[in-house]
Ligand binder design. Structure first.
Ligand code: IMP
Length: 193
């Protein structure tokens, strides 16, 4: 079965290709010659993931899926949420985003937060969504050098270290994206025939 994944991110592609095995051919946006920005202008991860998947489907008419991820901080009413990539402004760096969060949280006692990923799949004329979530806390300062995005300031519950202090395999095993991807993979394997 051939499925398009609405990404060109090599890490996301290799993770899903490994989990799915040879029965599935996963194409990237580059593989279907799709260039330019994919619209994502909604207020929720679900709506954005569905919008991206529908856009890709309208271009290639192949089974496809798209993901959207956000860091949701309780004391900030769920921000940065869908704005996680550009919280400190368009084209900003992860450093700027983390600095903004730490600044906003400097006097805040409640540090509860969660990473959430929603994957929207379009297959056989249906849209399905798969969610993965991990609860944790925003640290008071950055710790660790691995990972990307907000990893240095997110410490998952039950672990003494931040995502940026974990090996990538350990993070993928428990992360929001890993959990959503596992649900998608289970569904695809069950529905292969
Ligand atoms: P995307 O939907 O996967 O592009 O993620 C949106 C934004 O959320 C990214 O630009 C990062 O800022 C943040 N993000 C997503 N996943 C992670 C993660 O696993 N660790 C840290 N930050 C993440």
């Amino acid at each position: 079965m051939t499925i398009v994944f609405a990404t060109n991110n090599p890490n996301k592609l290799s993770e899903i290709r490994q989990l799915l095995g040879d029965e599935f051919e996963i194409l990237s946006l580059a593989d279907i010659d799709l260039e330019g920005d994919i619209p994502e202008d909604h207020e929720t991860l679900e709506e954005n993931a569905i919008q991206k998947a529908e856009y890709i489907f309208s271009k290639c008419e192949l089974p496809c899926f798209a993901d959207d991820t956000g860091l949701e901080i309780e004391a900030l009413d769920g921000r940065p949420g869908v704005y996680s990539a550009r919280y400190a402004g368009e084209d900003c760096l992860a450093e700027n985003n983390m600095a903004k969060v730490l600044e906003e949280m400097s006097d805040v006692h409640n540090r509860k937060a969660a990473f959430r990923t929603v994957i929207a799949l379009i297959m056989n004329g249906e849209i399905m969504t798969f969610e993965g979530k991990i609860d944790g806390e925003i640290t008071r300062e950055k710790r660790g050098l691995y990972g990307f995005g907000y990893d240095p300031i997110f410490q998952p519950d039950g672990h003494p270290v931040t995502f940026a202090e974990m090996w990538v395999e350990q993070k993928n095993e428990l992360s929001h994206r890993g959990r959503a991807v596992k649900k998608l993979v289970e569904f695809l394997k069950e529905n292969l025939n």
